[in-house]
Design a protein around this ligand. Structure first.
Ligand code: TYD
Length: 209
């Protein structure tokens, strides 16, 4: 495929949105077409599924149901939006992707290996070219997220859930360091942005080589 698929990951309050805006600007200034999207959601069907997933009234949702709805939203997103954009040679920047399900559903909800399997099916094996894991301690991240507004159904989970999510991300970044870059999210916006754009420069150079 001709385009580039970039994802951002991390716990609550890690500052993903600010960095997504910076990456978008970087590519647009260089004349690329950028598709900025998110999960759960990103398509009309996906956004409806997102409402179900994040609604705090849905406290009876089982862990397996939750995992399957995230995967359903993703399958629609990949088929309707991500693959067509990559085939057109565009830059797809996605706020969360499969790694979120590995961290939150396999890790946080302790569903284990079936999460990766279901997601391989949902995505047809599509993997990002590069992923930035915005690393921030769960407690600090939560404090930032609750300051920013009302917490959703996942965010209100107990702190030990968020530590399992964190552990999930740590394992992903250690097992796939070529793709997943750990970014220390406690630094200034400028420092973080410089590091991320440095990785992107390298990726572009490699693609053009
Ligand atoms: P979002 O608004 O993206 O959260 P944030 O602003 O923290 O990025 O909400 C998505 C929530 O859903 C977030 O708490 C993480 C969770 N999530 C999963 O549990 N599994 C997944 O596969 C995805 C994509 C998100």
């Amino acid at each position: 495929m001709k385009g580039l698929f970039i994802t951002l990951e991390g716990g609550d309050g890690a500052g993903k949105s600010t960095q997504i805006a910076n990456i978008t600007k970087f590519f647009e200034e260089r004349g690329f077409v950028v598709v900025h999207t998110r999960e759960p959601g990103g398509t009309p069907i996906g956004e409806k599924l997102r409402d179900i997933l994040l609604d705090r009234e849905n406290s009876e949702m089982t862990a397996v149901t939750e995992m399957l709805i995230y995967a359903a939203s993703r399958a629609q997103h990949v088929g309707e939006k991500i693959i067509p954009a990559l085939e057109r040679g565009e830059i797809v920047i996605c706020d969360r992707f499969v790694d979120s399900s590995i961290a939150y559903q396999a890790g946080g909800r302790e569903l284990g290996g079936m999460v990766a399997e279901v997601n391989r099916y949902a995505t047809g094996g599509l993997t990002p070219d590069i992923t930035f894991w915005m690393d921030i301690d769960p407690e600090a991240g939560r404090a930032r997220a609750s300051k920013a507004g009302e917490l959703d159904r996942l965010e209100v989970e107990k702190l030990d859930f968020h530590y399992r999510v964190y552990e999930g991300y740590r394992k992903i970044s250690e097992s796939d360091p070529d793709r997943v870059k750990r970014i220390d999210a406690t630094r200034s916006v400028e420092e973080i942005s410089e590091e991320i754009l440095g990785y992107i420069d390298k990726l572009l150079a490699k693609q053009n080589a």
